[in-house]
Design a binder for this molecule. Structure first.
Ligand code: PEP
Length: 252
């Protein structure tokens, strides 16, 4: 059975006190939650320790938003996978987000290195892929995502790929208020699962959670999550408000 997941990507938002307030609200609701959706919060790196403290007490997982592709050493400003792993509560890390590709020049080759290092520290990568509006308009969205997945993931063994979460995030839907139609998400998720099946076989393909990301909110989540190959969501803007974020959790 694939794990249902709702992960909140806070991006570069919230002061320390605001982060604490949001974690308080999410933790309080999670405390009495009896459903089967795994809830992950991905705050800015400065607040990972704070979030980890909550994860010790409440049913909550913590993810980083980024990791260095280097193991250690003279890389000013970077945070290594070993450092993330040394904070007990950090179980996940987003990699390949389109904002990191766009503003920080991340390529799938770099992302592949990050994934390898994360796995060696038993941190689950949440690998983001997705096409731009231009690529969708040209009708090359499927091959764009296929190239991304091949380059970033297909160096992994069968054992390793089982520890990956994939997030399909069409770039044109991120932070724009324009979500993909549920059928568009389903088409891509089904396509990704078939790529995984061809490369790794049925068991692996069916066990990997594929999340949708791009302007998910409490209103549209239900229809998107109803698609058979959508196993959850990577949520940006709506994860900054506890009520909205948890309403999305409850849309399953
Ligand atoms: C994201 O940044 O991963 C994202 C999906 O953002 P939003 O939900 O705001 O579109």
């Amino acid at each position: 059975m694939r794990q249902k997941i709702v992960a909140g990507n806070w991006k570069m938002n919230k002061s320390f006190l605001e982060a604490e307030e949001l974690l308080d609200q999410i933790a309080e609701e999670q405390d009495s939650y009896e459903g089967d959706v795994q809830v992950i919060v991905c705050p800015p790196a400065l607040y990972l320790e704070l979030a980890s403290d909550y994860a010790e007490e409440y049913p909550l997982f913590v993810g980083a938003q980024n990791v260095s592709q280097f193991v250690k050493g003279a890389y000013t400003g970077e945070i290594s996978a070993a450092m993330l792993a040394s904070m007990d509560g950090v179980t996940h890390c987003i990699v390949g987000h389109s904002e990191r590709r766009k503003y920080f020049g991340e390529t799938d080759k770099i992302i592949a290195e990050k994934i390898k290092i994360l796995l060696s520290f038993e941190i689950t990568p949440i690998y983001c892929c997705g096409e731009t509006l231009e690529q969708r308009k040209k009708g090359v969205h499927l091959e764009t995502v296929s190239d991304q997945i091949e380059e970033a993931l297909f160096h992994l063994s069968n054992e390793e790929i089982e520890n990956i979460v994939i997030a399909y995030e069409p770039v044109w839907a991120i932070g724009t208020g324009e979500n993909a139609m549920p059928e568009q998400a389903q088409e891509m998720h089904d396509y990704i699962r078939r790529l995984l099946l061809d490369k790794y076989g049925n068991e692996e393909a069916n066990n990997i959670s594929i999340l949708y990301g791009g302007s998910v909110n409490p209103e549209n989540a239900k229809n998107i999550f109803a698609m058979p190959d959508v196993d959850g969501g990577l949520i940006g803007g709506a994860s900054l408000n506890a009520a909205d974020f948890l309403a999305i959790r409850d849309a399953f």
